[in-house]
Design a protein around this ligand. Structure first.
Ligand code: NAD
Ligand code: MG
Length: 388
């Protein structure tokens, strides 16, 4: 088998470390050459990873960590670099397979750089599609890029979505765990702290996506992500709360069949699927034991306590830059919540207000317009907070 060259954007995060773990296991049967590994603040981990995998280059997005990274890699022959331009430059270096594992819109430019290379993209960084879906997909088509969804729901749908029977697909059903506050009252949620919001019942993920699960903004982003990935109309995208996180998502066909993908809540299955694609590799995750699964529950999401679902539906109907605005406002509000400046329920209120007040006129679809809408929606959140 030929050597596969790979890069992992966001290698120090939850998706990134899981990706390197899958590579460790696959190395028994296949040879990999690591081109670029990138991180932000955890320089020590980034350097350790670069040395273990003998990467060509390690990049920290944070320029102030450059000297620490450089000295940690001294004498290894591994290049060290820092800053946004270096990140994009590293993503431009050819790799057969690239994990897009940066969190937030910060991942858009490096991932686009990897697309222009024609690399196969394993996409965890859902914000690329939420913020710039049509442009992003057009770039993939132009470069002949294979886009493999890694988000567990989208990976599940990808596995059971019969492209050859597309016209027979009625709906896709995204499952949601409901997060740590699924059974909390609105009053309890009003007093939630970043720590309680970040403790996800089933999945072990980065802090931002964990809190996004508590507000259900993660599901909101995933609805928009699914709309772009699978080109389904907004009203064919459903969400069902499934607290056990065993069914990762489903596709419903016009003959009444529903196909689902199941597995343990472990991202290495989706990552391994994307890395082995189009065949399947061996991934050492816990196997489902059906005799121990006492029950599988399903509930309708409560849109009063979790307005994110309604906001996503509106944003999908509106199209254009609404996804960018929803994400930009959500990222700004989330940072304010993590920083202790606002309460938990304020996150959704700030996003709703920004979506309502945003001036969408003259918003042509371009990357510059996306970046501008992202900046404007963040500053609208800050202005609303300052006026409160
Ligand atoms: P994380 O916070 O654990 O890791 C994020 C990575 O991006 C880190 O390597 C960090 O150094 C890097 N990074 C952060 N800010 C950056 C910036 N401004 N510029 C450059 N690099 C930056 O996040 P995660 O949980 O691994 O999530 C990564 C992406 O995958 C997100 O889009 C998330 O929604 C998606 N995702 C994650 C999971 C999961 O299980 N963690 C599941 C599905 C989808
Ligand atoms: Mg997901």
């Amino acid at each position: 088998m030929p050597v596969t060259s790979i890069s992992v954007l966001g290698s120090t995060g939850s998706i990134g470390t899981n990706t390197l773990d899958v590579i460790r296991h696959f190395q028994a049967e296949r040879e990999f050459e690591v081109v670029a590994l990138t991180g932000m603040n955890n320089t020590e981990l980034l350097a350790r990873q670069a040395i273990e995998f003998n990467a060509q280059i390690a990049v920290t997005a944070n320029e102030s960590h450059y000297s620490a990274l450089k000295s940690a890699l001294a004498g290894t022959g591994i290049e060290a670099a820092a800053g946004q331009n270096a990140l994009v430059e590293a993503a431009t270096r050819h790799a057969d397979w690239v994990m897009a594992g940066i969190v937030g819109i910060a991942g858009l430019e490096p991932t686009r750089a990897a697309i222009r290379n024609g690399s196969t993209i394993a996409l965890a960084n859902k914000e690329c599609l939420v913020c710039a879906g049509e442009l992003f997909l057009a770039e993939c088509r132009r470069s002949g890029t294979e886009l493999l969804p890694v988000d567990s729901e989208h990976n599940a749908i990808f596995q059971v979505f019969e492209e050859r029977n597309r016209s027979g697909i009625e709906r896709i059903i995204l499952t949601a765990s409901g997060g740590p506050f699924r059974t909390w009252s609105t009053d309890q949620m009003a007093g939630a702290t970043p720590k309680s919001a970040a403790s996800h019942p089933n999945w072990d993920m980065g802090i931002k996506i964990s809190i996004d699960s508590a507000t259900m903004f993660n599901k909101a982003l995933e609805m928009i992500e699914a709309r772009h990935l699978f080109a389904m109309p907004p009203d064919a995208i459903e969400v069902v709360v499934h607290p056990q996180s065993v069914i990762h998502s489903m596709v419903g066909y016009q003959d009444g069949s529903v196909l689902a993908q199941l597995g343990s809540p472990d991202m290495r299955t989706a990552i391994g699927y994307a890395l082995a694609w189009p065949v399947r590799g061996h991934v050492p995750v816990e196997r489902l034991d059906f005799t121990k699964l006492s029950r599988l529950d399903f509930e309708t999401p409560d849109e009063k306590r979790f307005p994110a679902i309604r906001l996503a539906r509106n944003a999908m109907q509106a199209g254009g830059l609404a996804g960018t605005v929803l994400n930009g406002a959500k990222e700004a509000a989330l940072e304010a919540f993590i920083g202790g400046q606002i309460g938990f329920l304020d996150i959704a209120s700030l996003v709703e207000r920004t979506l309502d007040d945003f001036d969408y006129t003259n918003s042509e679809l371009s990357i510059e317009a996306v970046q501008d809408a992202d900046r404007r929606s963040r500053s609208m959140v800050h202005q609303t907070m300052a006026a409160a």
